[in-house]
Design a protein around this ligand. Sequence first.
Ligand SMILES: Cc1cc2nc3c(=O)[nH]c(=O)nc-3n(C[C@H](O)[C@H](O)[C@H](O)COP(=O)(O)O)c2cc1C
Length: 327
Amino acid sequence: MNTKVKYLGMELKSPIIAASSGMTSNIDNLVKLERAGAGAVILKSIFEEQIIHDIKRNTHVFAPVGNYGASYEYIAQHVADNSISKHFELIRQAKENLSIPVIGSINCFSHENWITYAKQFQDKGCDALEFNMAIMPFDASLSADDVERTFSDIIQSVRKTVTIPISIKVSTYFTDMAKFMQQLSWSGIQGITMFNKALQLDINTETEAICNADSLTAPTELYNTIRWTAILSNKLRCDLSASTGVTDGNDVVKLLLAGANTVQVASCLYRNGLGYMADLNKGLQDWMKQKGYEEVSQFRGKLALKANDKASMLMRTQFMNYFAEIK
Ligand SMILES: Cc1cc2nc3c(=O)[nH]c(=O)nc-3n(C[C@H](O)[C@H](O)[C@H](O)COP(=O)(O)O)c2cc1C
């Protein structure tokens, strides 16, 4: 039996990828993840603000510092501690020490001159690039068209800049999720990662202040990932990497059955340690053995909606089955 899959044109020995997070920000962790069976690693994101700051510091060219307003002091401090050159060194070390693909990650939200830096990730040796599109429709003056235009502007510029495979990591905040994901998949990118994690906010009733909620994903968040993976996997013209809510090998199996090409994990590694990557792989392999599958391709997408299926009707039937007890 083997768990090899193709993703972004690369061969991975396992469909389970270490998602971008603090866990993928140093070489010791990356080596441990490879030993535990990760199919690929996605490095901790570099933030657009870091790149802009670096451009300004190194070239004194115009950089849109004004965009960041009051948060600029915080950003400047963060950049001082996490310089891009440190990040490039991590890419170099990863390429020197790992045999699995190393995917760079950029967290971005605007179409600015930071894009010219994307090529440097390629030149430093990244096998592919994931763009974490932190573009949220929070601004009441922005229409869905404005938000979607920013996506296409970034993608077009990046495609002109780099030749390595590109994937786009998206949030769930779209009014026309299915249609827009399909359009994205036609824009010359090689993959879409669903979903990005929006920072969750909470309220402290004692101090009467806004605070951050738990940054780790709750297991129930998997259901949304399963739903959209099953709806979209046969409708996209690029690969689909499913992310959010995976807690064990069985969850990996579910997302593959729904049609994901790969599955990304972060929270379960935070909860159980880097070695848990081996448990996830074992869970997948045990299930394949029990079911008599030799290859992932024999069952991947078995439960995905067909390309011509009308998702809204199928979802409605599922809903009626449950709530109206129509059998
Ligand atoms: C502590 C933490 C840090 C993260 N940092 C990043 C990041 O730098 N870039 C990114 O694209 N995603 C980041 N993520 C999101 C993860 O890559 C992943 O998409 C998300 O957590 C959902 O997967 P999970 O349910 O397995 O945690 C982070 C997640 C966590 C929990």
